[in-house]
Write a protein that binds this ligand. Structure first.
Ligand code: C2O
Ligand code: CU
Length: 488
């Protein structure tokens, strides 16, 4: 096959094989979607089903001494975790008691397109006082999560873990805990995410958001000097303030697996466990060659699993807001004794944090070697008038879908032309980061550092229309979204 698209500059460069046909979009209702789901069921389906009910509504939650009015699933923050095994079917009824439309997106799951939860692209929104049941096979294990895909809703309290167990996982750890990191503004001093976005839109782009050309990257601060647009009053781990942290209880010498999820909207977290080193085992649900580190940078939408061998004592687990003031905190307790002071400095946070780009996929997680059939370039940019973030110069309203055909090996090159990092997330697929050697990690959300580019490859094996966007919610809402569109 001709490879006209490879290395071409135009975002719409087509392969020779595609020329001369006018493409028809493979929509969420198309037979190909149902066929793919049946194939999934046959290949990995367990025949078991897990059911859940998610009631999205306004509620008051206690962050640990601070009460806020916000939106949650079932009055809990985070919402009740959903846990199932690889191959199971998830049947989740979503009841909308919010004053606006909603939806649920199952972040990280290669699911059938019509269950992906993107109003306008894969389904109609779930209206106020309406309900919708999501029903799909969950093909891959891993640490995932779910949240609405409407407006600023997940910067409120609408998020929860989705943990897919692998029956073959077993003796690498003794116990596990899920840690959901979040930046919090909703309900504090009359602030809401919508008002924060409106304020950004009326004040325009900050000078620091603009591209300042290739800067010398400092490994200690890989995200550069401008790490966010919103000044949050609080940072949370599992819905708790650092003044009232949750405690993980373990025995000395036990290996605890921490499943870390960044549910923040505008904050990357630098994660560490005081007096411990961590072994990273998974990124975005997929196994990586285990690597030890003192601290780990977790972008919005990313997940990491780490294993820690518990020492004797009481230790802080810290999620420091990268480039911002504040931290989320929990405690790891094995021995007796006093909890460390809230303000204690954790030396593990100093120095260069590990990022997903440093990881390597295990052999089993690597894609086989293959020449790409289709390449797309995505230029991540901004518009200096107002608060507008773009892909290939367009906001989502006017975006040109990135077309692919089922069965193609697809290469996406994301070129960051701004001085801010963008955690880019693709729905319905897991790509492999192209490190030039075929060993990059499998991920669905990848940090594209300021003025840098990242190339990823994937197999187009899940037909439909798939959102591809910056998981900084403010950037996404201000335009930085596009779609990967299967065509026939
Ligand atoms: Cu968690 Cu479209 O994303
Ligand atoms: Cu962004």
């Amino acid at each position: 096959m001709a490879l006209a698209g490879v290395g071409a500059v135009s975002a719409t460069a087509a392969c020779g094989a595609d020329a001369g046909r006018s493409p028809v979009r493979v929509g969420p209702e198309s037979p190909a979607v149902a066929v793919a789901e049946r194939a999934r069921e046959q290949a990995v389906g367990s025949g078991r089903a897990t059911t859940a009910t998610l009631t999205a509504r306004q509620s008051t939650v206690d962050l640990g001494g601070v009460r806020v009015s916000t939106w949650t699933y079932g009055d809990k923050l985070p919402g009740q975790e959903i846990r199932l095994r690889r191959g199971d079917t998830l049947r989740a009824e979503v009841i909308n008691e919010l004053p606006q439309d909603t939806s649920v997106h199952w972040h990280g799951i290669a699911l059938r397109n019509d269950m992906d939860g993107v109003p306008g692209l894969t389904q109609d929104p779930i209206g106020t006082r309406d309900a919708f049941t999501y029903d799909f096979v969950v093909p891959d294990a891993g640490t995932h999560w779910f949240h609405p895909h409407v407006g600023m809703q997940f910067d409120r309290g609408l998020y929860a873990p989705l943990i897919v167990e692998d029956p073959e996982d077993g003796d690498g750890y003794d116990l596990e805990a899920v840690l959901v990191l979040d930046d919090w503004v909703d309900g504090v001093d009359g602030r809401t995410p919508e008002r924060e976005l409106a304020a950004l839109e009326s004040s325009g782009m900050s000078m620091t958001g603009m591209s300042m050309g290739e800067m010398q990257a400092d490994p200690a601060t890989p995200l550069g000097p401008d790490t966010g647009d919103v000044r949050y009053p609080y940072y949370l781990i599992n819905g708790r303030l650092d003044t009232d942290p949750m405690t993980l209880q373990a025995a000395v010498g036990q290996r605890i697996r921490l499943r870390i999820i960044n549910a923040g909207a505008d904050t990357a977290f630098r994660f560490a466990v005081g007096d411990h080193r961590m072994t990273v085992t998974h990124s975005d649900g997929y196994p990586v060659e285990p690597v030890e580190c003192a601290s780990l940078l977790v972008g919005m939408g990313e997940r990491y699993d780490v294993v820690v061998t518990v020492a004797d004592g009481v230790f802080p687990i810290v999620a420091s807001a990268e480039g911002k003031q504040g931290q989320g905190r929990a405690l790891l307790r094995s021995g007796t004794g006093e909890a460390p002071e809230r303000t204690v400095t954790v030396p593990e946070l100093a120095g260069a944090p590990l990022t997903g780009l440093d990881l390597r996929a295990t052999d089993s997680a690597r894609l086989d070697e293959r020449r790409p059939d289709r390449s797309h370039d995505m230029f991540l940019g901004m518009d200096m008038s107002g608060y507008t973030w773009t892909i290939n110069g367009q906001t989502y309203d006017t975006h040109a879908p990135l077309e692919v055909r089922q069965g193609q090996r697809v290469r996406l090159r994301m070129v960051n032309q701004t001085a801010m990092f963008h955690p880019m997330h693709l729905h319905g697929h897991t790509f492999q980061v192209d490190d030039g050697r075929g060993t990059g990690p499998r991920k669905d959300t990848v940090l594209v550092l300021p003025n840098r580019s990242v190339t990823v490859v994937l197999d187009a094996d899940n037909p439909g229309q798939w959102l591809l966007h910056c998981h900084n919610l403010y950037h996404g809402e201000a335009g930085m979204m596009t779609s990967m569109s299967y065509v026939d």
